[in-house]
Design a binder for this molecule. Structure first.
Ligand code: SF4
Length: 294
């Protein structure tokens, strides 16, 4: 499935995905509690060697800024061959591809719409446009047929036409290969278009989740409602209404519901943490407006 993760900048979407792959700086990161289950194994409890075997092979990430994520000193060819070399001992298929990676790389470059593979392969990242680099990064993520792709704002740097092309391609490849995708975006329209299920994050926590279309048609959490009201709608007479204020930095979260200072529906009970409620089948929301489930 494609799972959409939405929320304003600073809500913790990217940090969540970096935390899953344990890519946050070790010096400033500590796991206080919890698990991250992936195919029956806890990513947070894996040894560094076990984790290296998962990264890039079973879970791949499309980073927000391809120009910053790619090595400026290595050609695209070198960077696309690297996963095969690194993971060659982990399966016979990888060993075969490591010996002759060119056909698979060219096939994927073709799939992502890069029509001059020779030029792309001999280029350094700064010689390609943002759209081309984004496509290279999608091809890179798909090289070893991962079970899960974490796509962090995969189209932010692209213009609208290329944005649609890249997301259509990702959705097509997802359907073909059975890969699951976590689509991180602050654009709710993209979630409506591409995701089956979705979650909304606020201040480091998921506050609502459910089937994407249900969530967007009938948001239950006041923050989700606020995100939708802030969208411009060319067909409606109503002007967009932005949510007042901004996401507090970690360490300045209010006690109780973290959305309390900005919520138009806050009341006395909101000074305590809301538990999960199930306002409709398949839906979950953390808000005192709904009755908590036992
Ligand atoms: Fe608003 Fe209270 Fe619900 Fe938080 S718990 S979203 S403050 S109504």
């Amino acid at each position: 499935e494609v799972f959409g993760l939405a929320g304003e900048s600073g809500c913790g979407k990217t940090v969540t995905c970096l935390a899953l792959l344990r890519l946050l700086p070790a010096a400033t990161t500590v796991v206080l509690s919890g698990h991250a289950w992936f195919r029956g194994r806890d990513l947070l409890a894996m040894s560094p060697a076990e984790l290296r075997a998962v990264r890039g092979a079973e879970i791949a990430m499309i980073f927000q800024e391809p120009s910053a994520a790619m090595n400026p000193l290595l050609t695209i060819q070198h960077q696309l061959e690297m996963p095969f070399r690194f993971h060659r001992d982990r399966s016979t298929e990888n060993a075969r591809l490591a010996k002759d990676p060119a056909p698979r790389i060219r096939e994927l470059l073709d799939r992502v719409g890069l029509r001059d593979p020779d030029r792309v392969l001999r280029s350094y990242p700064h010689e390609l446009s943002g759209g081309m680099l984004q496509r290279v990064m999608i091809a890179h993520a798909l090289l070893l047929r991962p079970a899960l792709i974490l796509a962090d704002e995969p189209t932010t740097a692209l213009d609208v036409t290329i944005q649609a092309q890249v997301l259509d391609l990702l959705a097509e490849l997802q359907r073909e290969t059975g890969t699951s995708v976590v689509l991180i975006t602050h654009n709710l329209n993209l979630i409506a278009q591409y995701a089956e299920r979705a979650a909304v994050m606020y201040a480091g926590r998921v506050v609502e989740q459910g089937p994407a279309l249900d969530l967007l048609r009938d948001p239950k959490h006041p923050y989700s409602r606020g995100l939708l009201d802030a969208l411009p709608d060319l067909d409606a007479a109503q002007v967009p209404r932005p949510i007042a204020g901004s996401v507090p930095p970690p360490g300045r979260y209010p006690a109780g519901c973290r959305f309390r200072d900005r919520c138009p529906r806050a009341f006395e009970a909101c000074i305590t943490d809301p538990a999960w409620s199930q306002p409709a089948p398949g839906r979950k929301v953390a808000c005192h407006l709904y009755e908590a489930v036992a």
